[in-house]
Design a protein around this ligand. Structure first.
Ligand SMILES: O=C(O)[C@@H](COP(=O)(O)O)OP(=O)(O)O
Length: 247
């Protein structure tokens, strides 16, 4: 039986990850460590003997540049890459740019955790005239304006992600052997929730560390038969705890 593989990788550390700020759709770059850990992710995938026929990423440079680093280390710079705004991070609304720890001090840790990890509750939206409204950003000019968010819950993120998963990413697995998605903490949590049928409550407990490949194996009927992270389980556990906290 031919096993097909999907690798999910959250981008390497971004400048706002380092500064502990809510990022969402803000297009911040990688730190030097973020570049290094993305290269390391490429090494891990190569050493695992994996190769990919196609890759998908978001419209945000922290994911695009991480993907480039991974493909570079795998000598796969040539494979087709498709970008979609639907793989962007959850839109963090008016929280974007704020320090996560300071926001918890101001509003209380519980409310901040609700904004970060609840399934249904979006943060306060940006105002329509906020210069950060994605309608003012040329990269989204082909997206129907009503589809562009001013804030999102995980549920909203999944709702805009699933059409792309169902119409493009998942069908590509029928034609290809292995595919790679480099995206974001919350957009990838949406994909994992779907693939593992995780409940709305339990998905709050999944915290994906930066640049750690998460592999899903599919049988010939494209049913998930196995999933595992690459790397040292104890270190990954520690990184997940760090991702979960607001510091
Ligand atoms: O938008 C952000 O701040 C982080 C996730 O933050 P949390 O939901 O973990 O607070 O997204 P990413 O760095 O994966 O693009």
């Amino acid at each position: 039986m031919k096993i097909k593989k999907l690798a999910l990788v959250r981008h390497g550390e971004s400048i706002w990850n380092r500064e502990n700020r809510f990022t969402g759709w803000t297009d911040v770059d990688l730190t030097a460590e973020g570049v290094e850990e993305s290269y390391r992710a490429g090494d891990m995938l190569r050493e695992e003997g994996l190769t990919f026929d196609m890759a998908f990423t978001s419209y945000l440079k922290r994911a695009i540049k991480s993907l480039d680093c991974i493909l570079d280390r795998m000598n796969l710079d040539w494979i087709p890459v498709e970008k979609s705004w639907r793989l962007n991070e959850k839109h963090y609304g008016a929280l974007q740019g704020l320090n996560k720890g300071e926001t918890a001090d101001r509003y209380g840790g519980e409310l901040v955790q609700l904004w970060r990890r609840s399934y249904n509750t979006p943060p306060e939206p940006l105002t329509e005239d906020d210069p950060r409204n994605p309608r003012f950003d040329i990269r989204y000019r082909d997206v129907p304006p009503d589809d562009l968010p001013l804030s999102e819950s995980l549920k909203d993120t999944i709702n805009r992600l699933m059409p792309y998963w169902n119409d493009t990413i998942f069908p590509s697995l029928s034609e290809r052997d292995n595919i790679l998605i480099v995206a974001h903490g919350n957009s990838l949590r949406g994909i994992v929730k779907h693939l593992k049928n995780i409940s709305d409550d339990d998905i709050a407990g999944l915290n994906l560390p930066t640049a750690i490949p998460y592999i899903f194996e599919f049988d010939s009927d494209l049913k998930v038969v196995n999933d595992y992270f690459l790397g040292n389980p104890e270190e990954i556990e520690k990184m997940m705890k760090e991702t979960a906290s607001v510091r």
